[in-house]
Ligand binder design. Structure first.
Ligand code: NAD
Length: 289
């Protein structure tokens, strides 16, 4: 297939490489003029769209996504499929899909989980919103760039699944930090708490695969001086997206609202590039407020 790829950053570059490795002809564009072996370089988003069967975007946010779609939708080949893999707000996902549909083009929101490691290994999970036939058209590419693709529903359903999942992780991470901090202050060996919680009702991903304390549980960013992993600034972005969505539909999310403040504090203290589990040392060192 002729594939256009717009946004060749930490995630986009390895995803584009995997498409090339699978035998696709990829033309890429990034404002930062990023060159990738095997990817033809376009000088504009339109240049990476014209004549392509599929256009994949991997961009920072909804504002950039809307601007790029305004440029590329009018010049796309008839019948082209748009796949946006960025994490953006649900309204932007729906707006760009509607823009594409108004020109008779199919579009999918297909945010990912798995991070840059998953992008390089081709093991991302795609959460996809949009028409079923469009999902079926995109599936062979999801299978190249990832190991799992879930069709979640209509346009915006992929972004909805993504931010709800990350809201859950963001909030449970804070709960796990508080549990381990309290245990330490009560004199309990954190490894003993891990042994109990990991097979008890408090068990969750933040404990069993991502424990925020060094030397506890399987190797995690905490064992690597909190190098990401999943950076705190990306977690903050997703928590804020969840809160914006909650306001838009009048959903009650007080726990997540409070959890968002922990990531805000970490980022404001200069820790945005650290793993999001780096909230632990701050929580553990605090007394009762
Ligand atoms: P990044 O900042 O490394 O890459 C974004 C790229 O987009 C940059 O290279 C930038 O130059 C380019 N860009 C910005 N505006 C552009 C425009 N108008 N035209 C063309 N290129 C433009 O970010 P990333 O880590 O690759 O993340 C991309 C998206 O994936 C984000 O929405 C992020 O939330 C999401 N995401 C990231 C991760 C992760 O672990 N990094 C995991 C899951 C989802």
């Amino acid at each position: 297939m002729e594939i256009g790829f717009i946004g060749l950053g930490n995630m986009g570059a390895p995803m584009a490489r995997n498409l090339v490795a699978a035998g696709h002809a990829v033309t890429g564009f990034d404002l930062a003029e990023i060159a990738i072996e095997g990817v033809a370089r376009a000088t504009s988003a339109a240049g990476a769209t014209a004549g392509c069967d599929v256009v994949v975007t991997m961009l920072p946010d909804g504002v950039v996504l809307r601007a790029v779609y305004a440029e590329i939708v009018p010049i796309a080949r008839p019948g082209a499929l748009f796949i946006d893999c960025s994490t953006v707000d649900v309204e932007s996902a729906r707006a760009v899909a509607a823009l594409a549909a108004s020109d008779g083009l199919e579009a999918l929101d297909a945010p990912v989980s798995g991070g840059s490691g998953g992008a390089a290994a081709g093991t991302l999970t795609f959460m996809v919103g949009g028409p079923e036939p469009a999902f079926a058209r995109g599936l062979p590419l999801f299978e190249v760039m990832g190991s799992r693709a879930v069709h979640c529903g209509d346009s915006g359903a992929g972004q909805t699944a993504k931010i709800c999942n990350n809201m859950i992780v963001g909030a449970t991470m804070i709960a796990v930090c508080e549990g381990f901090s309290l245990a330490e202050k009560l004199g309990l060996d954190p490894n003993k708490l891990y042994d109990v919680v990991s097979t008890s009702s408090g068990s969750c991903w933040a404990v069993t695969t991502y424990c925020p304390l060094p030397g506890v549980g399987p190797v995690s960013p905490a064992d690597n001086d909190y190098r990401p992993g999943f950076a705190a600034e990306l977690m903050l972005k997703d928590m804020r997206l969840s809160q914006r969505a909650a306001i838009a539909v009048d959903a009650s999310t007080p726990l997540a609202a409070h959890a968002t403040g922990f990531y805000e504090a970490l980022v404001e203290a200069g820790g945005g590039g650290r793993d999001f589990s780096a909230v632990y040392p701050g929580i553990a060192s605090r007394g009762r407020d």
